[in-house]
Design a protein around this ligand. Structure first.
Ligand code: NAG
Ligand code: NAG
Ligand code: NAG
Length: 419
């Protein structure tokens, strides 16, 4: 009798828990130890996807939410364990932050849903907190808000300097980190499915190529994030271009000078790991496929060495991809790019090196409603089975490195014995 009640109770609890996205017991908080990520005290590497649109789509309760769920489902089927997405829509059409400090509850509940689904499917999230660029508001919107309050600002780079803008940004960080999820009841800052916060998508400050402006901003904002949430990892959102700390490395930059410094920016206290992006096709227009692939390999290698020898922090390749709109025979070349990135990650991680995962740009659901989000870089699993196989293979060997830890997908022992 007691046993029956207990078993029934466990079963009921598990059902409720799984409804609330708590079915996977193993999503421990991610930590770092030198150049490794750790989950449950074991080294951990990942395979991931970008899907910047998740919150927006999840803000449409019925069809939207089912699209988000089926995307997590497909990602999970391909062994993917990490998604990077936007925790911002500042001003404009269907905003999250309508005006400074004023939030749209429907949109926030969309983000709540994304987080609860991520938890349910055992997929970690990197949540980016604002955009360098104008899409979905970005620095431009923050500048406009400050102008509306009478600030005399001349450039979007005042985002990094103006006290009012910095206050707006910090308030947004606070609003996100302290949000209590309406589905799970867990505050975002306590949510284990969140892998890391990202300060800004692809920060650039071209009006100060010394790098000092951006460096000071990263220091100030990293301290702000950590003052609210010291549990989660934090990264900057960098593409990886070099600055003055190691001037000879600037020859890797392809001529780009963006006011960033991969070395000093990532050495900031509170920045837990480094990121790079890799878009050889858009970064090297007009060059041959061969030249682009050679660049890709040395770009990754160079940052792997820095993460290992200088930063002593892990590295994620947090965006890479190839556009079908810039190349004629897309399939083969896209496969070659993914394979090159994946091989580099696997070689580093297997050898105890710092490069612990890749996050391709970007996964789309094949649904009709998503047509408008196609940008040439989209990966739709139902349309690209061979790329899907390459992605699954990478997930599989990364999982083996983690100790074959399909553990995340194991149900709680309680449920197994209850059965
Ligand atoms: C952290 O790394 C050091 C050096 O590699 C190692 O000795 C130690 O066991 C690691 N700690 C954990 C918890 O993995
Ligand atoms: C705004 O700033 C610019 C440049 O800093 C300055 O030249 C201008 O006089 C300022 N305008 C006002 C209204 O303060
Ligand atoms: C995936 O891995 C399997 C088994 O190791 C291998 O036979 C297959 O060729 C791989 N496919 C791709 C596309 O890499």
């Amino acid at each position: 009798m007691h046993t029956d009640v207990l078993v029934y109770g466990l079963l009921l609890w598990t059902l409720v828990a799984s409804r609330h996205g708590r079915a996977y017991d193993d999503m421990g908080f991610v930590r770092t130890n030198m150049t490794h990520f750790l989950v449950n005290r074991r080294p951990f590497s990942l395979n991931g996807f970008n899907a910047y649109w998740l919150m927006y789509v999840a803000s449409f309760p019925e069809e939207g939410r089912s699209m988000v769920s089926s995307t997590f489902q497909e990602a999970s089927t391909h062994g993917l364990t990490l998604a990077r997405t936007w925790a911002f829509r500042d001003g404009g059409y269907r905003p999250l932050q309508r005006s400074p400090g004023v939030y749209d509850e429907d949109m926030f509940q969309g983000l709540d849903y994304v987080i609860s689904e991520a938890n349910k499917y055992g997929i970690y999230l990197v949540l980016s907190l604002a955009n360098n660029f104008e899409s979905f508001g970005g620095r431009t919107q923050y500048i406009q808000w400050a102008r509306d309050e009478g600030r005399n600002l001349s450039s979007d780079d005042d985002f990094y300097r103006d006290e009012v803008v910095k206050r707006f940004y910090k308030n947004h960080v606070t609003a996100i980190l302290t949000r209590v999820n309406t589905i799970t009841g867990v505050a975002y800052k306590d949510e284990a499915a969140i892998f890391a916060w990202e300060l800004l998508n692809e920060p650039r400050c071209e009006t100060d190529l010394s790098g000092r402006t951006l460096q000071a901003w990263i220091e100030e904002m990293a301290a702000h994030v950590k003052s609210i949430d010291s549990n989660h990892l934090l990264e900057v959102g960098l593409e990886g271009f070099y600055g003055e700390t190691i001037p000879e490395k600037k020859k890797m930059n392809l001529g780009y000078e963006l006011g960033t410094d991969f070395i000093s920016n990532n050495l900031v206290q509170g920045i837990d790991f480094a990121t790079i992006h890799a878009y050889p096709d858009t970064w090297m227009p007009g060059s041959t496929e061969q030249t682009q692939m050679a660049f890709l390999q040395s770009w990754i290698q160079s940052h792997v060495e820095d993460a290992d020898a200088v930063l002593r922090k892990p590295l994620l390749i947090s965006e890479f991809g190839k556009s079908s709109r810039l190349s004629n025979c897309r399939g083969d070349e896209e496969a070659a790019l993914f394979t090159t990135v994946y091989d580099a990650i696997y070689a580093s991680a297997r050898g105890g090196g710092p490069c612990r995962g890749g996050i391709f740009w970007h996964l789309l659901s094949g649904a009709q409603e998503m047509e408008g989000l196609r940008d040439g870089y989209e990966v739709v699993f139902s349309e690209s089975p061979s790329l899907g196989q390459i992605i699954s293979n990478q997930s599989h060997r990364i999982s083996n490195l983690n100790g074959g830890s399909e553990t995340k997908k194991q149900l709680r022992p309680a449920l197994q014995s209850g059965n």
